[in-house]
Design a protein around this ligand. Sequence first.
Ligand code: PBG
Length: 331
Amino acid sequence: MTGSYPNTRLRRTRATGWSRALHRETVLTSADLIWPLFVTSGEGVEEPIATLPGVSRWSVDGIVARAKEAVDLGIPVIALFPNTPRELRSDDGAEAHNPDNLMCRAIRAIKDACGNDIGVLTDVALDPYTSHGQDGLIDDTGYVINDETVAVLVDQAVNQANAGADIIAPSDMMDGRIHAIRMALEMNGHPNVQIMSYAAKYASAFYGPFRDAVGSGGLLKGDKKAYQMDPANADEAMREVALDIAEGADSVMVKPGLAYLDIIYRVKQRFDVPVFAYQVSGEYAMIEAAQAAGIGDRDALVLEKLIAFKRAGCSGILTYHAAHVARLLNG
Ligand code: PBG
């Protein structure tokens, strides 16, 4: 309800800092953040990622240090992605179910050091493990075959849960994988391990730096359009979300973030479920590029974008800026 001027002057409540604080509709805190981290082999290793300035791959010891940092900053969850050594990548991505792979070693080390002071989210998809860089198993034509892939993803998810993962996040966009993973978690003694599904994940040009970070970029031939969504579609995203909820997702993700705020908003309005946005690598890199080029202020740009996700209805955001933002918010 809005009156008319001059009874109503909307600038009245905007005039001072205290009043703006009082009338703020949306808040962002460090508890809204999920921090994606890249794991690499070795010890005492930090490898800066050229296309993600300010982000590094860390060996397991470094990942544990980052996890402790996250706890201190009030970040509730970290998300792990492995840069699997080239010689362990294969057509079938078998390293994904090795109980001693990089991911499992990182999960165990974090849980040993931090216990339930932090949640560990793990990505389920084969792209960091395949020699062809696709998220699943391919046939002779290079097509990613759905049902065979789902069977493998189930093993990958159980392997991660056995190592101590708290949230399984399938990012592969196969049909039917949420139900299959939920059943397998129940049957393998992990009733409280959550599933955050990448429910509406688009075939996006914003993933480039991530593929460098996990070393799949140079391997990938073609694209992922036969499983990731067409950026032109929104109704289809509602169907993806509805299916994943019915299949047992505890929360859903929309990815990328900023270009898909309409999807986030529609999902939140339509389904009363927790929604998360992934502010992806290309979005991070654009902010860093703006800062480096002197055409924008990093801190202001990041905070504005993150509050937009909250305003649209997100429960939280995966962002490579998580630690930096938490420091800003914590003063
Ligand atoms: C892998 C995966 C991708 C991202 C998260 N999980 C890349 C892809 O689908 O090619 C992208 C994240 C980012 O760009 O920050 N399935």
